[in-house]
Design a protein around this ligand. Sequence first.
Ligand code: GLN
Length: 203
Amino acid sequence: MIKIGVLELQGNFESHHKILKKLGYDSVGVKNSNDLECLDGLVLPGGESTTMSLLIDSFNLRDSLLDFSKKKPILGTCAGLILMAKNIENESRVNPLGILDITVDRNAYGRQIMSKKEQINMKFNSKLVDFEVTLIRAPKIIEMGDEVQVLLDLDDSPIAIYNGMHMGLSFHPELNGVTLFHESLFRGSVNSNFQAPGNINAA
Ligand code: GLN
């Protein structure tokens, strides 16, 4: 059985457990480095990236998370994506992990009150799928390294990216019951599911 951890330092980890269980995976909370042993993958949930960054260091998790990222896939949603970035525009309170070669602009999609939902239509696994994405004070990806592929974009900005191993999402699939991002990453089928990475939005 696939066993996936969800970082439980802060934020909305419960919804990720629900999605992972819906997929039939064993879903476990991660609070210290021992919890990372024997996992097939990890989710960094949404929440508050400043707080999570502080807690990663107070719980001595930084090195273990970096070691883990060299071996197993990590999915970051929203604040999780911010933590995975290499650079954060105009921000010194978050010390990101640098797992994805991207620069993000925190809260670029607006304040809490301006959170929005968007209807997405795209091709996934040769079929047209449509679902809603929720953006809550979401980060915008403003720069990407060459190895980073765009899986999905919205208004000409990437909101789902993949670097061949890890995936970062500006939105919250877990809040809309959307399983396809978790499933394709943790089954190792991103490239076959998203047939034309970089251009899949043209369904
Ligand atoms: N804006 C938040 C941050 O910077 C992220 C919001 C979210 O995860 N929904 O941490």
